[in-house]
Ligand binder design. Structure first.
Ligand code: WTA
Length: 650
């Protein structure tokens, strides 16, 4: 083998250039790459000038204290003003900002005028509750307009928010409150999930009882269920509604903390990823404008993420609103009241830009083509994907079945830490290969390196690194500078190490191969789980697959595959054999799974990422490790039960 750190196995020759009509009208043209490479910092300064600055910046980047960056030094701005007020001031107050749709079917449109009033009132309420600039506010809320208002109100008064996904436990909430020393928690009585009311307040009470830093709890009435009540609690409608709707936004330093967002690390302790104001908003809005090609006067945008994840922060709240979006906000699950809810939403709202995750796409493939087929999806003009590698067959399905064969797909690679999209096609420029995020955006530097940190040439696999600081980069881990350096900047001190494996194909397109912790070692070949999974998903009977390496006396590790069949396919004899042969054909005999197990569900985190660690436990017949972060802990019992029937190949 060459000095590559990861084998480069799968080949993909299909190429989808942008439709000419799309390219002609695209916000981002190919010349942007040249402009950015001629003057990278000048390019970012130009993007920053799309925002309103109360005081101009005097320096684009200060990297003298690397890896702690300062962007747009000396500049002052108010993030909430940029996302709301300035659109009202430019005459767009009656444009709808949020088209909210609750799971039970209730609807509410919020114009920019209304959003401005709501944010001002909420900001005044936070001030009355004693929140000052710099104080941390925890937000534990369903996907309702008040959640977005709460985030913007915090931004408006300079109080960094820490949004905690409302599906997390009381203990997860408590540990995040404690780490950030939050003084206020904003929550709701409950949320609608799968047709029933899921209370939120009890978890908040349990967390806050054990959190001495918290002084008050602000509660939105959403579901109307009975809630336990304490002296520290105050109803949103009691305090927010009576506030003045005028509030003068304060200009904050470009590096003022905007939010902390916790993400899991390799150790148990969650990492509080810190983002600041000017650089973050610059890159979030730039990427939203150029990657999603937003036309504020005509597009209806829908990102299906939850505000509990970074995608909700950057591509529901900050990027889109800074660009004067009109967007759908949906509270519930895709299968309520029926499994075509998303297609129904797209049809009724005439959604033009749709951004979702591969895990959702594969689930929709499993549910079958008839569901989207029942709906008119012709309003769509652009599709996006984020969160995991998208398997080429899932990409093709997305393009054909959802996009009607005419929508460009942007496969966007980024992380909580990067704050905004880093590697992605530009939809009017890039000829896309299904499954590849293609190349770094203008102004972004990325490379694939080997163990020694040497950049690899085309045709090789290794580790994905970022070679230049970028505006929306994390500014550190809350309260733990050393952990920031150790985690991201120590393996190769000159690079940010993302933790992902990747390969460069013959044309230099980047293929992200998943977390390097997931790499398998079969007879000395380091094989990415993603490639074997993609090979399996390219079989017409397979909807989704998860692959792990289990210890093997002969080969070091053997490949064990967990496979979900497409809708309508029977779990018949001989399927495992058929799939093995298929992988051998697609990749080579080295990648043939030792065992294949047909399952109904896969263990996933609440943000939809497959938890291969648990599947490894099953494959190696170990007791299961920590299952508390699983979206549905019961799936592991089913999978473990089936393992005994998965016979090794003879
Ligand atoms: C993975 C989500 C392949 C990757 C925005 C990354 C992807 C991690 C892609 C970050 C993609 C995200 N192709 N892999 N398009 N997008 N990932 O912090 O492993 O929840 O490191 O941020 O998701 O996940 P996070």
């Amino acid at each position: 083998m060459s000095d590559e750190a990861l084998s480069n196995l799968l080949r993909e020759d299909r190429l989808f250039p942008p439709p000419p009509e799309f390219a002609a009208r695209a916000n981002a043209k190919g010349s942007m790459y040249d402009e950015a490479s001629a003057d990278r910092l000048g390019f970012w300064a130009e993007q920053a000038h799309h925002l309103h600055w109360d005081a101009p910046f005097t320096e684009v980047l200060d990297w003298s204290n690397a890896p702690f960056a300062k962007w747009f030094v000396g500049g002052k701005l108010n993030v909430a003003y940029n996302c709301v007020d300035r659109h009202v001031e430019s005459g767009h107050g009656s444009q709808v900002a949020l088209r909210f749709e609750g799971e039970p079917g209730d609807r509410r449109d919020v114009t920019y005028n209304e959003l401005m009033n709501d944010v001002c009132k909420a900001a005044n309420a936070l001030i009355e509750l004693g929140v000052k600039g710099g104080d941390r506010v925890a937000i534990y809320m369903p996907m309702i307009p008040e959640a977005i208002v709460a985030m913007l109100a915090c931004a408006r008064i300079g109080a960094p928010h820490s949004v905690v996904f409302a599906g997390f436990s009381a203990e997860a909430l408590r540990s995040r409150i404690e780490d950030a020393q939050a003084t206020l928690v904003i929550t709701a009585d409950g949320q609608n999930r799968r047709g029933s009311v899921m209370p939120l307040k009890p978890a908040v009470d349990e967390a806050v009882d054990a959190s001495p830093s918290v002084q008050r709890v602000l509660v939105v009435r959403r579901t109307g269920n009975e809630v336990p009540w304490h002296d520290r609690d105050v109803w949103w409608h009691d305090i927010v509604d009576r506030q003045s709707s005028s509030h003068t936004p304060e200009a904050f330093d470009s590096e003022h903390p905007l939010f902390i967002l916790y993400t899991s690390g390799t150790t148990g302790k969650p990492k509080g990823i810190l983002h600041t104001s000017g650089g973050y908003l610059t890159q979030a809005s730039f990427t939203h404008r150029s990657v999603f090609d937003l036309k504020p006067d005509s597009d209806i945008y829908w990102c299906t993420a939850d505000i509990g994840w970074v995608t909700g922060h950057s591509y529901i709240v900050y990027g889109p609103l800074a660009n004067r979006v009109t967007q759908v906000v949906y509270e519930g699950t895709p299968d309520t009241p029926a499994k075509d809810r998303f297609w129904d939403i797209i049809e009724r709202h005439r959604v033009t830009i749709f951004y979702t995750a591969p895990t959702a796409i594969r689930t929709f493939m499993k549910w079958g083509d008839e569901l989207p087929g029942k709906h008119d999806l012709t309003s769509l003009r652009l599709l996006g994907s984020v969160g995991e590698p998208i398997n080429p067959e899932a990409w093709i399905w997305y393009r054909d079945t959802i996009g009607g064969g005419h929508c460009p797909i942007v496969d966007t690679w980024w992380q909580t830490e990067t704050g905004a999209i880093m590697i992605s096609p530009l939809p009017g420029v890039t000829a896309c290969k299904p499954g590849s995020a293609m190349r770094p955006l203008p102004g972004i530097g990325a490379a694939v390196v080997n163990d020694a940190g040497t950049p690899l040439g085309n045709g090789n696999g290794g580790y994905l690194v970022l070679t230049e600081p970028w505006p929306s980069m994390l500014r550190g881990i809350w309260g733990d500078d050393q952990r920031y350096i150790d985690t991201y900047w120590s393996r190769w001190p000159q690079y940010y190490f993302a933790g992902d494996g990747a390969k460069l194909d013959e044309d230099g397109a980047i293929w992200v191969l998943g977390r390097v912790d997931d790499v398998m070692n079969v007879s000395g070949h380091r094989i990415s789980t993603t490639e074997v999974e993609s090979a399996l998903v390219s079989h017409p009977k397979v909807a989704e697959a998860a692959v792990v390496g289990a210890s093997d006396e002969m080969t070091g590790q053997g490949i064990v595959a967990f496979v979900i069949l497409r809708g309508g396919v029977d779990d018949g004899e001989g399927l495992a054999k058929e799939f093995r042969a298929h992988v051998a054909k697609e990749i080579g005999p080295i990648a043939k799974p030792r065992q294949i197990l047909i399952v109904q569900e896969l263990p996933k985190t609440r943000s939809g990422k497959i938890m291969r660690r648990l599947l490894r436990d099953v494959a190696e017949n170990r007791n299961l490790g920590d299952v508390t972060t699983l979206a549905d802990p019961t799936v592991m019992n089913l999978i473990a039960g089936g393992m005994s029937t998965a016979q090794p190949e003879d």
